[in-house]
Design a protein around this ligand. Structure first.
Ligand code: CTP
Ligand code: ZN
Length: 153
């Protein structure tokens, strides 16, 4: 895309999450715990044309880098995403998300009888399996709408 066509302005410092599955940008914000209330500068493009994906979302967050656990959950809803670290307008690091083997402390188990739902000091843990993520404790599988089970702010 030429400068002429750039839809969302470049950022000075922060993180650009590019090649996000079309329609998932708001879930990306949920994963990052961004609801606008803490005053972050965020730019979003939704369903913008992409050579590689046909349509993609893009999320630019200023003055913020992502934790590994945030990147891990991101990979579940946006497997093609690229994370670009921007400093002084330059992309200084670019990485593809990788599907992790487990995600710990970020999703909550939908099974009300699960030990992780019982006010016990147990941190949620899910194994990433072919058809979704499976609770390590009760084997409940979350197959769809993983972002609806986020345990983050
Ligand atoms: N970007 C930005 N602000 C900057 C630098 C880059 O918002 N100061 C954005 C670009 O608009 C692009 C993404 O970060 O969406 C990656 O930038 P760059 O690596 O320059 O673009 P491409 O080479 O097209 O990336 P890719 O090969 O990953 O598609
Ligand atoms: Zn469970």
């Amino acid at each position: 895309m030429s400068e002429h066509e750039l839809r969302v302005s470049k950022i000075r410092n922060g993180t650009v999450i590019d090649h996000v599955t079309g329609g998932q940008a708001l879930n990306v914000l949920a994963i990052l715990g961004i609801d606008g209330a803490s005053g972050e500068s965020v730019s979003i493009g939704m369903n913008v044309p992409s050579d590689r994906l046909g349509k993609k979302d893009i999320v630019k967050v200023e003055d913020r880098e992502l934790s590994q656990s945030e990147v891990d959950v991101l990979s579940l809803i946006a497997p093609e995403a690229t994370i670009n670290i921007v400093r002084d307008y330059e992309v200084v690091d670019k990485l593809r998300v990788e599907r992790p083997q487990t995600v710990t402390g970020v999703l909550s188990c939908p099974n009300r009888n699960c030990i992780t739902q019982a006010n016990e000091p147990v941190v949620s843990k899910f194994d990433v399996v072919d058809d979704g993520v499976r609770c390590t404790y009760c084997s409940e599988i979350i197959r769809e709408d993983i972002a609806d089970h986020l345990d983050v702010a």
